[in-house]
Design a protein around this ligand. Structure first.
Ligand SMILES: C[S@@+](CC[C@H](N)C(=O)[O-])C[C@H]1O[C@@H](n2cnc3c(N)ncnc32)[C@H](O)[C@@H]1O
Length: 288
């Protein structure tokens, strides 16, 4: 009964403040579309960052670097963030209900609503499970990921962040503005669709004979199939044994933007910001 009342209170507050959240959402979406078109930086990288920031603000997954980077990125203002997420924080506080997308650690099964925080938990665990077995950590398509500045800050591993030149330039400026020490991180630029990223990595003294963990979160669906295969082949055939790669994927229907409303919206949003979904994996049997 208590849970039902809490749910009703939560939904009522969200509905009451929906106009403000919607204005905050549209305001931010327009800014991100314009900025990403002007600078060529990734706009899709904001979504996992927002989730990790909400987990930080809720106090369930501490990541101060995430908060500092977020506030230093283009398009972000405290007012816009409050408009966008204030209703959810208020609803959670007044109702005492912690919605699934603000949980950490997480409880399976995952849903489309909890997709990103569940993904965060999956990659955190994969990284921690491998840390004492490897000498190098490579964050492929790092975007605004801040694991290098908290989980890997004091570690003995070498850390590499790989992303496109345009996104990485914006990240490095944000890190600098946020006053975050990046001395232990090597930044490598590469376009996975156009060049063998491992060659770029080797130019920065990445050693394929030393075991490495590759964290490839939220990236493969934006790539051409050939680039996905080339990356998996490179890790399996050119890096010493004991190495590992963790990645997530979308089903083919989401990538094609067919079926559910969330799939259609996801595909359209990616197109609008110039990062169209390209690679999906069939997850349902289409046979007789
Ligand atoms: C949704 S974001 C995920 C960022 C980060 N891994 C995270 O989970 O917070 C996708 C990232 O992949 C990068 N990316 C997409 N296509 C790429 C390509 N062809 N070459 C290099 N990076 C790419 C984008 O720049 C962006 O940073």
């Amino acid at each position: 009964m208590r849970k039902i009342i809490a749910t009703v209170v939560f939904i009522a507050i969200e509905l009451l403040l929906l106009p403000i959240s919607l204005i905050g959402y549209v305001w931010l979406a327009v800014k991100l579309i314009l900025i990403s078109r002007r600078t060529g930086m990734s706009a899709t990288a904001y979504s996992p960052l927002f989730t990790r920031w909400m987990l930080h603000e809720t106090g369930v997954r501490k990541d101060l670097a995430c908060k500092r980077v977020l506030m230093s990125l283009p398009g972000i203002s405290a007012l816009n963030l409050h408009m966008l997420t204030g209703s959810t924080f208020l609803a959670a506080r007044l109702s005492g209900l912690q919605p699934g997308f603000m949980n950490y650690p997480v409880t399976l099964p995952s849903t489309i609503m909890t997709m990103v925080n569940h993904r965060t938990a999956f990659f955190d665990k994969a990284l921690l499970d491998h840390l004492d077995k490897v000498k190098q950590v490579v964050i492929l398509g790092a975007g605004w990921d801040t694991r290098a500045y908290n989980m890997l800050k004091e570690d003995r591993v070498r850390v590499f962040e790989v992303d496109t030149a345009k996104t990485q330039r914006v990240k490095q400026t944000a890190l600098q503005q946020a006053g975050i020490d990046t001395a232990h991180v090597t930044f490598v630029t590469a376009d996975f669709n156009r060049e063998p990223w491992l060659d770029s990595l080797k130019r920065y003294n990445f050693d394929p004979k030393q075991p490495a963990f590759f964290l490839w979160e939220g990236v493969i669906y934006y790539l051409e199939a050939e680039a996905v295969k080339a990356t998996i082949n490179a890790v399996s055939s050119q890096i010493t044994s004991g190495s590992a790669i963790a990645f997530d994927y979308f089903c083919r229907e989401l990538v094609a933007g067919v079926g559910r409303l969330t799939f259609r919206y996801g595909a359209k949003w990616s197109q609008a910001v110039g990062e169209p979904l390209q690679f999906g994996i069939p997850t349902e049997s289409t046979g007789p």
